[in-house]
Design a protein around this ligand. Structure first.
Ligand code: DGJ
Length: 860
């Protein structure tokens, strides 16, 4: 009986013995001196082999480094081997040590002694009983290279809870991405990998994040360049500590505290990781603890490095007035440095947009390929840089370096003060640029836009309908007509202010004089606000408060308030100057101009905040010895004004406008619900412009109005506007009854689709940049409902098979045409998601520019 029991116990022990092995260890927890850890193969991508013996199970790593396992006291036997891989090209010595923590006390458990190439792997058989932590540490024995250590056949027997690996502080993660640093106290911060967890893209060699001048990386600019108080062009940074803090649910901050061992300078490199959105947001803070000022020359907010194929492509976003994003291009990366910049500081996004896509293995496709993306959140002068180093004898692959920040312009940092850089928002996907855009959209709806979940009203804006040529009666008529169309808000654009010699009857006078024009509007804004109320719609107003016309009372009184390069003549741009916000009294004036209006007219619900100059006269007499800081000062002042207005007038929405899309960067959008994407309102052109914006912005951020100009019928214009935040930009009086009916019907349809469109994920299909047919699928996250848009820009009739994307292949859907006109584009039908995505919808486009909208609803 006793023998039976013992045998039973032995059998059950065998049956239930739990075992942890190296296969359970996530590679990302390993902190190592060089390269990326490999599973079941060595660092040179061949079979694991130590002392001429081959091993199938193990991890290839590189000293110095290590990792920690948390135990629950129930771990027992720990066995395995360690040794130097035979394939290593040189001779590197490694020492392995295991430490165990018992009751808070750290004890050395095993010391391998010096491991050398060619020797047999060294076995260990240890007892972990009672231990709460196991620390594995590998040391390079002072040589620092060729330390290719293989961890072989490691196993831990345990009772209850499996050993848990601890991520080192330099490992920053989201659900699908990781960014890996080596952050060892008193050593330089080393950047390793950036990419999807299943597709690391980091260069194999760890790179100094802040290389000290003269030490490394002669081909790269320093990410942070400082002239010390004694005149030395020198900065060397080592890690002091790393802190991790949870900022909000799913958002973690990693803060690397760095210090210069010789100079009183500290730097904090801050990275926010958005878990679900798969986004990293980085910035730096420079602290001058010295008694004298220093100069900062270069100050990149973020820096990443990639290993890539020779077939890497850079997508950059170009355009100009009325053509925002339309001159965008995707170029094969040449060797050397590619720099994108806007030195103007005013209208920073009009001619080029401060974001890029970098595809590491061929052109960026919508649904495949490895794509890194970055966007700088800054409304001043900026620069983005990509350096492509071709392969050489040491690095068989291309190495890419990306950095972004404020335009390189020397700024002074006073004693005992801190400089905070703007943020760079980055993401990555190995499933193409479509996923990159969806990550950005998710981030925008979480943190990037002001009031992301507020329902955006349908607006009629007066500009293209009447320009400056209006009076009270005209506007009240417009308000009445707008309400009849189903519009929810009327916005009075430019032309309502300025009096006497400086009436705003054209763009030549009046900016700065924010008093109501008593000739045009004798009863003030109240008459218009009451008319809007009476017609059941809200009222909004246009302002351009950062500018002044020379022909204005403001300029006559304060000529020194306009920006000016000291001692130089001033130039106008659109007959106006930019106000110098580096002067506190000017900042106060700008804030008060708008705050006074909003206080006087509390029923104003929306402000269109315009900005119509280019960056001429970029200087200030107020800080003649610190002209490099002008863009910073101007931008920070705009942010302060917006922050204060948003706080004090929480019920007012603010649109960002700058001659169209001149200020649509991620920095501005933190203070705005939406932006006016372009003065181009021709629907056919808007298809392409909005396609460009969709790389970074979700549809609700993009104000898109049915305009009076251009080709394409009214139904197409309505459908194009639905793909953004729909509005109207014409005088309803100027169109015939048929078109008014089309707009009216479109608005009603949009009101039904709006809740779906606001939350949906966007899948771009065929591109309008390469074909006259394009399509967009807006699909709810749960895949239960979606809206599909197809556009044909040619005049020939065409039968097309357009394929929605992003559906659940197993669901059955009902497909119904909505916003149809008398000629249907397809016959409504039912199909599975798979059928829809593979076979598409047969769309019969008539012989004019034309569009289709399909509602896709799950029925089973
Ligand atoms: C430029 C904007 O883009 C237009 O919509 C309009 O508001 C004008 N400015 C007014 O001057």
């Amino acid at each position: 009986m006793r023998i039976y029991l013992i045998a039973l116990m032995l059998v059950s022990n065998l049956l239930y013995a739990k075992e942890w092995s190296l296969s359970d260890l996530p590679l990302t927890v390993i902190d190592q001196g060089w390269g990326v850890p490999q599973r079941d193969r060595n660092l040179l991508n061949s079979e694991l082999s130590v002392g001429k013996e081959k091993y199938t199970k193990g991890i290839a790593s590189h000293a110095p480094g290590g990792f920690t396992l948390i135990l629950d006291g129930g771990a027992k036997k720990f066995t395995g081997l360690v040794g130097i891989d035979d394939a290593v090209n040189g001779y590197g010595d490694v020492i392995v040590k295991f430490f165990i923590i018992i009751n808070g006390k750290r004890e050395l458990l095993w010391d391998s002694g010096v491991l050398k190439k060619g020797e047999k792997a060294k076995k260990f058989d240890l007892n972990l009983s009672g231990g709460t932590e196991l620390k594995f540490e590998m040391f390079d024995n002072g040589d620092g290279s060729y330390d290719h250590l293989d961890l072989l056949e490691w196993k831990i027997e345990y009772d209850n809870k499996a050993p848990q690996a601890v991520f080192p502080p330099g490992v920053i993660e989201t659900d699908n991405l990781m960014w890996h640093f080596e952050a060892i106290t008193n050593r330089e911060l080393i950047q390793k990998n950036f990419g999807s967890k299943n597709h690391f893209s980091g260069a194999k060699v760890g790179l100094l994040t802040y290389p000290a001048r003269g030490k490394e990386s002669f081909a790269l600019d320093e990410n942070l360049r400082i002239i010390q108080a004694d005149g030395a062009h020198s900065l060397a940074l080592v890690v002091e500590k790393v802190d991790k803090t949870t900022i909000a649910d799913g958002i973690e901050e990693t803060r690397f505290f760095l210090r210069d061992p010789e100079y009183p300078i500290k730097v904090e490199y801050v990275i926010l990781s958005y878990k679900k959105e798969d986004v990293f947001k980085a910035h730096i803070e420079v602290i001058n603890n010295g008694d004298l000022p220093i100069m900062i020359i270069n100050r990149d907010s973020a820096f990443t490095t990639f290993e890539a194929t020779e077939n890497s492509y850079l997508t950059s976003f170009y355009g100009h007035w009325g053509r925002e994003f339309l001159d965008s291009r995707e170029d094969k990366l040449p060797a050397g440095v590619v720099k994108h910049q806007d030195r103007g500081g005013i209208q920073p996004t009009m001619n080029r947009w401060p974001g890029i896509l970098l595809s590491l293995d061929g052109k960026a496709e919508e649904d495949s390929g490895v794509v890194f993306a970055a966007a700088l959140a800054w409304s001043g002068a900026w620069q983005l840089k990509v350096t492509n180093m071709p392969p050489n004898q040491y690095n068989p692959k291309n190495r890419l370096f990306f950095s972004a920040g404020v335009q390189e312009d020397p700024v002074k940092l006073a004693s005992k003060s801190r400089y905070t850089s703007p943020e760079v928002v980055m993401t990555f996907s190995n499933q193409g640029k479509g996923q990159v855009s969806r990550n950005y959209h998710a981030y925008m709806l979480r943190d990037g836009l002001y009031n992301p979940h507020l329902e955006r009203p349908i607006i009629l804006n007066s500009w293209e309908g009447v320009y400056f040529d209006f009076d009270e009666a005209k506007i009240i008529n417009m308000i009445e007509q707008a309400a009849k169309l189903g519009v929810e808000m009327f916005v009075l654009d430019d032309g309502w202010f300025g009096n006497g010699d400086f009436q705003r009857n054209s763009d030549r006078a009046g900016l700065g004089d924010w008093q109501i024009n008593s000739k045009k509007l004798p009863n003030g804004l109240n008459a218009l606000i009451s008319a809007s109320e009476k017609n059941g719609i809200k009222f909004g107003l246009w302002v351009e408060p950062e500018m002044v016309n020379p022909k204005s009372n403001l300029f006559q009184t304060h000529p020194d308030w306009a920006m000016q390069i000291p001692k130089r003549e001033r130039y106008t741009s659109r007959h106006q100057y930019v106000l110098d916000l580096s002067k506190q009294e000017v900042e106060n004036f700008v804030y008060n101009s708008v705050a006074n209006i909003l206080t006087l007219y509390p029923k104003i619900s929306y402000i269109k905040w315009d900005f119509n100059s280019s960056g001429v006269n970029f200087g200030s007499a107020s800080a003649a010895d610190d002209q490099g800081a002008i863009s910073d000062k101007q931008t920070q002042s705009y942010y302060r004004i917006m922050a204060k207005l948003r706080k004090n007038f929480p019920n007012v929405m603010f649109q960002a406008c700058a001659s169209g899309g001149g200020r649509t960067d991620f920095g501005a959008m933190k203070f705005h619900e939406e932006f006016w994407a372009s003065d181009q309102t021709n629907g056919l052109e808007r298809i392409k412009i909005q396609w460009g914006y969709s790389h970074f912005y979700p549809p609700i951020a993009i104000a898109s109005h049915i305009g009076k100009y251009g080709d394409g019928d009214f139904k197409l214009r309505v459908d194009v506007a639905m793909t953004g935040r729909l509005g109207v930009e014409l005088s309803p009086d100027s169109i015939n009854d048929e078109n008014r009916e089309i707009i009216n019907q479109g608005i009603n349809v949009y009101k039904k689709l709006r809740p779906i469109l606001a939350k949906a994920e966007l899948f771009r299909g065929s591109s309008p940049l390469t074909s006259n047919i394009s399509d967009l699928s807006y699909i709810a996250k749960d895949k239960n409902v979606g809206v599909f848009f197809g556009f044909k820009r040619g005049k020939e009739a065409q039968l097309c098979q357009l394929k929605p994307k992003g559906l659940n292949p197993d669901f059955e859907y009902k497909v119904t045409e909505v916003n149809a006109e008398n000629q249907a584009r397809f016959i409504n039908f039912n199909a599975t998601g798979k059928e829809l995505m593979e076979n598409g919808i047969s769309i019969d486009f008539p012989n004019k520019e034309s569009s289709v909208v399909a509602l896709i609803e799950k029925i089973k």
